[in-house]
Design a protein around this ligand. Sequence first.
Ligand code: SAH
Ligand code: SF4
Ligand code: F3S
Length: 473
Amino acid sequence: MKSKLLHISTIGCQMNVYDANQIAGVLAPLGYTGADTIESADMVIVNTCTIREKAEQKAFSFLGRLAKIKSANPSLIVAVGGCVAQQEGKAILKRMPHVDLVFGTHAIFRLPEMVRRIESSRCRIVDVGMSDTIECDSPVAGPLADGQVSAFVTIMRGCDNYCTYCVVPHVRGREASRHPDRIIEEIRMRVDQGVREVTLLGQNVNSYGSKEGLCTFAELLGRVNAIEALGRIRFTTSHPKDLCEELIGTFGRLEKLCHHIHLPVQSGDNEILKRMNRRYTRQAYLEKVDQLRQVCPDIAITSDFIVGFPGETDRQFQATLDLIETVRYDGLFAFMFSDRPQAPAAAFGGKIDQALKKERLQALLDLQGRITKEKHEALVGQVRQILVEGPSRGLDGAGTGIAATQIRWNGRSSSNHIIHFAVPDGLLKHKELLTGTFADIMIEGTHAHSLWGRLIPEATGAIPEKGETTVAA
Ligand code: SAH
Ligand code: SF4
Ligand code: F3S
């Protein structure tokens, strides 16, 4: 079979990253392998996101730029997938004559057939069909990047929560869970390929299986925990309203489950939470945080926030800052509210001025910046085990405490802190020997978004016994 080159550009969340891998996996049997550049590709797929207006604009401006590349190479197939594709459907074909294919979030498994048709007859196709159940659940483990030690595995799709600001239920459809056996099968495939850590994905993993009467999410975690050769488990996202005792308990019980939970709160004010349709109160959220810390005292907690939700007053915004002070998060993502035409909040009154949104965003980020700094500094002098992800890129040694002549590596701790580290001179020559191992690091310093330290050779399993290593005298 003739080999053809495929370039996939992904904008958006981890689900889209997972989907991009699935796309590569389902198109591989047609002869498509990864292209390094768009210019060399036979097909370009733009995997889009529409969570905020900016993400949608980014997708369209990227697509616009492809028109030129297509005119230089008319046989190029241009395809648009993901959430903008689902939202806009055939309007994209109308607006962009250089686009050949628009496929929605439920159409990935129909891609091979559509691509074959385009290859043979150069027709233009739109498939934004959605269904309430998962029609094709066979595990597809697409190609891994060189040295990739961590992979995403989607356990469910869609969302039934209808937060009033959010487009996801409209572009990803109804919540539907994959069968646990298929999930376990896929994780085993990944482990066989060398993956040591999986992140289980869903918009609200805690309601996993409830609709279909499958096992609970905590039970699924128990099964994943039993997979030999898998080192670590992460998951995201957990909706606070559904965070139950059974799931909280897994943090004290399952040795492979990382000590980190992403628990988006969005706002610290009860009235705003109500209008967002989040269905929990500030008090209920804080109780869950307490329960998590009782079961797992060193658990890292991160969150998402929206500032400038319609009608948000200064007092309500202060309640959000106060919540951040109370929880003392390990990290957070904050966004300015953005109208999504399909989401009800787009029609809410009391829209907040862009300048005020910016001001609030900055105040929130400044506060968290201070907390992160304090929390990072408290880690200095402590030892943390990390999963080594590979040599660091783009870190020039300046201010890192790591000599420029030493190879700088990075990995993540169980609490999801990125830690850069140096290996004592001469100890290790080959990156393959360290990538994917667990190593103990003495933390020696901090950056704004990461930490740095030193490998403790005697305390770590990271130094292989065999292979080309030379130990410094
Ligand atoms: N399922 C996850 C979040 C998915 S979207 C959850 O329930 O938390 C990721 C984040 O984008 C959300 O947590 C929210 O903070 C942000 N977001 C979603 N819609 C938005 C909008 N219209 N404007 C600004 N931020 C938004
Ligand atoms: Fe969007 Fe809410 Fe669903 Fe998260 S839970 S995806 S914020 S509707
Ligand atoms: Fe974006 Fe769709 Fe994810 S809108 S955040 S890519 S679910």
